[in-house]
Ligand binder design. Sequence first.
Ligand code: CP
Length: 315
Amino acid sequence: MSLIGLSHKDLLSIDQLNVDEINLILDTADSLKEISKREIKKVPTLRGKTIVNFFYEPSTRTKTSFEIAAKRLSADTVSLSASTSSMVKGETLIDTAKNLQAMNPDLIVIRHSSSGAPHLLARHVEAGVINAGDGINEHPTQALLDMLTIREKKGEIAGLRVAIIGDIAHSRVARSNVIGLRKMGAHVTVCGPPTMMPMGVGELGVDVQYDIRRAVEDKDVIMVLRIQLERQAGSLFPGVREYSRFFGLNRAVLSRAKPDAIVMHPGPMNRGVEIEPEVADGPWSVILEQVANGVAVRMAVLYLLMGGSKSDDMD
Ligand code: CP
């Protein structure tokens, strides 16, 4: 097998990856999944490497899965949060970056409320930087784990019909998935209230629907987005009840999709708002498989950014 790896220092966006690189990450994640099923869930691949997890915003899935991924590859990990870093004392992101670099980490995983923060960090450190979600911009590893889950369930992504429902304008998950799924040859429909559609949505190469029943019709994949109640209640839609009535995914709406359609959600879910519990917990739901795939995809990204290649052994 020839050596194939990632030539990037950082993973900042799905946009920076070509189709071969996306396939490489998904194939590598696929082969690394087996490690998480072993009795001893650890390989020495990244022994001696140091990874800093720097989360300025709350996270359950992304933070935990990056930590687990790093530990399964034997890297040393350090976690920093907004409240425990000296940014609470007024230190700037650039000064923080320079100080972290002085300790010579190999990778920095960052989640930040400002779009572009990982890109700024990447310009000021020699360490590789991974975007774990920046403002309303991108969440590349979420799109990669979503694509891995879709590929596992449907065989291939090309030609699939995918509906993404929710706040398209303010969702980094939607943005990364629209870019990634289209690159991989899927046909994407976005749906949500007009106040939650980005300006120039027509230029994204997606179909736009404002009626959820029409949006899910004949779809293979329904991806429901979290309504950010902490930010939007009362500003972008009249109320939770109205949102649920017009844009919530319930069983009746889902019945319009293909009979073997899968339902996805990046979490955390607002049950009874954007998704009904019987849909979230039903046989079509792959939501917890997405979470499991998050560990494998993040192992793959850490491994490939550290110079690993497809032909390396993992014993
Ligand atoms: N999907 C996702 O990013 O979840 P967390 O906010 O819990 O990391």
